[in-house]
Design a protein around this ligand. Structure first.
Ligand code: IYR
Length: 220
């Protein structure tokens, strides 16, 4: 048994007013985030990518197992291999694998099987979830893996936005080609593919609105 070791947690010391102000300005900031499909090829420094990934890796996880791996890809040859794999799957999705209702729901987003952003964006981050870890040849089960990796993805997306960059949660299903291209072990399954970069100067996004609090929030 590992010994329990606790350290003090310093309270913020915020007043009610300060919390109101901070929560409101963070909401306004996050509400400006959009999924973007048009990227500039302007480079993004590697240290920025490391910072946003380490922010994601600070997310809470089941039994603090941090059951994730992030692959950060800037190599053009690997990006083009990933684009090829993704477009192959997406072509099938848009030509028979997705239902008519699904295609109709996607129509306002203007998406299709072409994914040029996978080569244009300077970085691709591929998140892998680890349903178990390997320790001395033994399988060690992780807990609430889906939830943990989902939370880490949220942290990552907010860190990307905070750095003035844009991303898109891309899931070219099925995604097993990503594990093959990136040489990941059997215990790692692809979870999300996120292009990361600055938006193109003429980037456009769908004119969407978000649900008001009455639709998403119930007080008791
Ligand atoms: N994976 C496809 C289709 C797609 C599905 C959903 I749900 C979206 O919100 C957007 C796209 C694609 O990336 O085009």
């Amino acid at each position: 048994m590992k010994e329990k070791l606790f350290i003090p947690y310093p309270p913020s010391g915020y007043t009610t007013e300060k919390s109101i102000e901070e929560s409101s300005s963070y909401y306004n900031f996050m509400d400006k985030r959009r999924s973007v499909r048009e990227y500039s090829n302007q480079p993004v420094d590697k240290s920025v990518i490391e910072n946003i990934i380490m922010t994601a890796s600070s997310a809470p996880s089941g039994a603090h197992k941090q059951p994730w791996t992030f692959c950060a890809v800037s190599d053009p040859a690997i990006k083009s291999e990933i684009r090829k794999g993704a477009e192959q799957e997406e072509y099938e999705n848009y030509h028979g694998r997705m239902s008519e209702t699904w295609l109709k729901d996607l129509a306002p987003l203007g998406t299709d099987w072409n994914k040029p952003f996978l080569e244009i964006a300077p970085w691709l981050i591929i998140m892998f979830r680890k349903s178990y870890d390997m320790e001395n040849g033994q399988k060690k089960k992780n807990y609430y893996v889906q939830e943990s990796v989902g939370i880490a993805a949220g942290f990552l997306i907010s860190a990307i936005h905070h750095a003035g960059l844009v991303t898109l949660t891309h899931t070219p299903s099925p995604m097993n080609f990503l594990g093959k291209i990136l040489g990941r072990p059997d215990n790692e399954k692809p979870f999300l593919l996120l292009p990361v970069g600055y938006p193109a100067n003429d980037a456009m996004v769908p004119d969407l609105t978000r649900k008001p609090s009455e639709e998403v929030l119930i007080w008791h």
